[in-house]
Design a protein. Structure first.
Length: 169
């Protein structure tokens, strides 16, 4: 009888230990996933920061010429250059048709889910009011009622890695 109780206690202790190890492994896996998500979001934020100047220049160009620039040379913007080393994670930016801008990710420190991929920002105007303020849409985010998006969305980053402002719900 004494032996059975001792074995039962050892078995319960082993099961408790196994449960604790399982919980620690689960928490570690969740923490690593959260860490990776935060790294990707931080790297994406660099693209938002870099495109802010270009977007302002695009709006000024449109106000002066009545249309979006067709080439990077028309914009006279050195930021939109493949030769320019832009940031730690942003490799280069390009001007697409109808005013959309693509930001390409690259570099040795870039997260693998972003490396070689692009994020597109598209201008949107109020339908029937070409002089209205420009609102910029990230990725495939659809236009709110009354707005008309311009330019193609060339984003090829998985939607799970995009911030909420770039997702269409």
């Amino acid at each position: 009888m004494f032996i059975a109780t001792d074995i039962g206690q050892k078995l319960r202790s082993a099961l408790d230990f196994g449960a604790v190890i399982s919980i620690i492994m689960l928490l570690t896996a969740l923490a690593l996933k959260n860490y990776e998500t935060n790294i990707v979001r931080a790297q994406l934020s660099e693209a938002f920061m870099m495109t802010s100047t270009v977007k302002a220049e695009m709006v000024v160009y449109r106000a002066e010429h009545g249309d979006w620039p067709k080439t990077e040379a028309e914009l006279n913007n050195s930021t939109l250059s493949k030769e320019k080393d832009l940031g730690q994670f942003v490799d280069h930016m390009t001007l697409n048709e109808n005013g959309s801008i693509s930001t390409f990710f690259g570099g040795s420190d870039t997260a693998s889910v972003l490396s070689g991929r692009q994020l597109t920002m598209r201008p949107m105007l109020v339908s029937g009011s070409p002089g209205s303020p420009v609102v910029w849409a990230c990725s495939s985010y659809s236009a709110p009622d009354g707005f008309m998006p311009s330019g193609p969305d060339k984003t090829d980053i998985e939607i799970a890695h995009l911030p909420a402002s770039c997702r269409d719900y």
